[in-house]
Structures are given as C-alpha cells and as structure tokens.
Design a protein around this ligand. Structure first.
Ligand code: UDP
Ligand code: MG
Length: 327
C-alpha cells in the first residue's frame, strides 16, 4: 500500500466523503476505482466512508477496507439517517484541505476528481459536477426535476445550480462555512449554494447505477422537494398571507355591497344583510390576522436556524488602527 499520508503534517490534502446505505454490491468496485484515481494523483488523501445504518454487509466491507488501507476512515451512524445527514457527519469529520462528496454507487465517476482538484487549486471554493445527460432516467423524472428547479428558482434568491447532485469539491473554507448550519431539515443542495464563495461547474456524464438499486421513488422525491422548499424558504407562507389579504378584501367589499343594498332597497330577507356582514367581516379579520401570525412564524422559523449572517471572501482593514497602536 503506498504511503500516501503526508508525514510532516499527517493531514490529508483531500478527503473523499462517501456515504453508503446498503451498497455491498458496489462498494469493493467503488474503492478500487477511487484508489486507482488517487494513486495517479499522488496527493495525501483520505477516503471517509459513512455507513448510514446499512442492513446488509456494507459495514463489514468498510471495516475490511479500513483494516487494509490506511487512507480509509470510517464513520458508522447508529441508524439510517438519510444521505443529507450522512454527508453532514462526513463534513464534520473530514480533515482534508479540500473535501469531495461522492456517491458510492459509481454514478459519480471518480475519474472526475483530478479535474475538480485542478479547479480548486485554481482558486474556486466550490467545484460542482453538473450532469450533461441524465442517462437511464425516465422522462417523468426529468420533467419533475425540471419543475422542481423552476419552482425553487422562483421562490428563493439563492441560485441553486440545475442538474447537480451532491458530487462536488468543497474547499476547507466552504466546509467550515457549512458546518455551523445545524438545521434539522437539511436541504444540502440549497446550503451548498447558500454559503456563496466562488462556485464553478464541471460538466460530466452521469452513468447509470452500477449495481444495487436507487433508494429514491417518486413519493420520496416529492417529499424531498417539499422538504427543500419548506426548509429553505418561507415564500409559501408569504403567498398564504397575500391569499388571505385578497380574500378578506373581497369579503369586505361584498360586505359593503350587501350593506349598501340593504340601505337602498331595504331588508328584503330579514336578517340576511346583518348576518352576511358579520360573517364576512369576521372571516376577513381572521384571514388577515392569520397572515400576520404567518409572518411572525416565518421569522421565528428563520431565527431558529441560527445561521451565520454572512461570509466574506476577503476583509482588508485600513492600516490606520494598527498605525495608531504603534505610536
Ligand atoms: N445513501 C445514504 N443514505 C440513504 C440513502 C442513500 O447514505 O439513506 C447514499 C447511497 O448509498 C449512495 C448515495 O447516497 O451512495 C446516493 O443514493 P442513491 O443512489 O440511492 O440516490 P440517486 O443516485 O438515485 O439520487
Ligand atoms: Mg445513485
């Protein structure tokens, strides 16, 4: 086994985070292909496997790899938490100066890693792999994915790149920016975009799953989309507020109309105008106050995330303060 750990710092330059859930069929091949790529690159690297509560022999394969290859690190989660959390656990423990998140089902070609690293060395903080083609995916999946990106694009002012999975390289600065984002409902694609910094796309061809089967179905995808939208933006709440305002405006106008009719033409059906006006007024007031409550709920929701307010690319302060101290 080549000694790929930098002895001077014993810190890997590159950490690959590979979350896996029941991937026993692919894992050995995945490791072989990754190692082949890393050997060519000849940089100190760490392969951080995250076992996301697999029920097959994924964990024992990982343990074997851990024993055989000193570049391997292992996190074994206590149960299946889902890929987003598995990735987060990886990010928490990654020690590399650059971190690559990669699927273990070989849909993300490890051969792309040198290119990601090259662009990182050229000064980019987030280098994301962007699918050119979606091989082996039905038109329905493509269409729903397209719709999803359209909707989320409209709802947020964070630009989430299309046709990107989680396969990407993050600089140490980007990883450190992601780590304080501890929200329970994690929409990683959104968070990756939210942190900002210089981001760049690398087009690639996404292969079909090598073996095993996808953990996604339409129900899960729908929930993922809902999760993405509701955890990332309070826009739906805002729309509900406007809907409430419009409806209550209509209700008030109709109430006024009923009142006017009663004054001009008299109370033909006894009790109807007063009943109607009270009903419309109460309904309108309720919808409006719900809207107000919604606004506060939205704010509470955003505050509970306790996200840092901003990140900076560079801060250069004038020399004045230092000069004053030197006097
Ligand atoms: N994965 C995981 N936990 C899960 C589901 C999936 O760690 O609960 C891993 C899985 O092993 C794979 C990656 O996430 O490495 C992508 O999963 P999958 O191939 O099912 O998703 P798809 O490629 O179809 O989007
Ligand atoms: Mg896959």
């Amino acid at each position: 086994m080549p000694n790929n750990i930098d002895q001077t710092t014993s810190r890997p330059l590159l950490t690959l985070i590979a979350p896996a859930y029941n991937e026993q069929e692919v894992l050995p091949d995945f490791h072989r292909r990754v190692v082949a790529v890393l050997d060519q690159m000849d940089v100190p690297a760490e392969i951080l496997y995250v076992n996301d509560g697999s029920t097959d022999s994924t964990l024992s394969i990982m343990r074997q790899l851990l024993a055989d290859d000193r570049r391997v690190s292992l996190i074994d989660l206590s149960r299946n938490f889902g890929k987003e959390i598995a990735m987060t656990a990886g990010l928490d423990h990654a020690r590399g100066d650059a971190v690559v998140v990669i699927d273990t089902d070989l849909q993300d070609p490890p051969e792309l890693i040198p290119e990601l690293v090259r662009l990182w060395k050229a000064g980019h903080d987030v280098v994301y792999a962007q699918r050119e083609t979606r091989e082996g995916e039905s038109w329905l999946k493509k269409a729903t994915a397209h719709c999803f990106y359209r909707v989320i694009d409209k709802l947020t002012n964070v630009r989430i790149p299309r046709d990107t999975g989680d396969f990407r390289l993050l600089s140490r600065r980007a990883v450190d920016a992601l780590r304080p984002l501890r929200e329970q409902h994690r929409f990683m694609k959104g968070l990756f975009a939210w942190i900002g910094f210089t981001q760049i796309a690398v087009p690639y061809r996404r292969d079909e799953r090598y073996a095993g089967k996808t953990k996604w179905n339409y129900w899960k995808l729908w929930n993922f989309a809902l999760e993405g939208i509701t955890s990332f933006t309070t826009a739906p709440l805002r729309y509900a507020t406007y809907l409430g305002l419009c409806t209550s405006l209509l209700a008030f106008s109709y109430g006024a109309f009923v009142f006017w009719k009663a004054v001009v033409y008299g109370d033909a059906v006894r009790g109807y105008p007063s009943l109607m006006i009270v009903m419309l007024f109460l309904g309108g007031v309720q919808l409006m106050t719900l809207g107000v409550i919604g606004e506060y709920v939205g704010r509470t929701f955003n505050e509970t995330k306790r996200r840092p307010l901003y990140y900076t690319n560079q801060v250069s302060l004038s020399m004045l303060a230092g000069a004053a101290r030197a006097e």
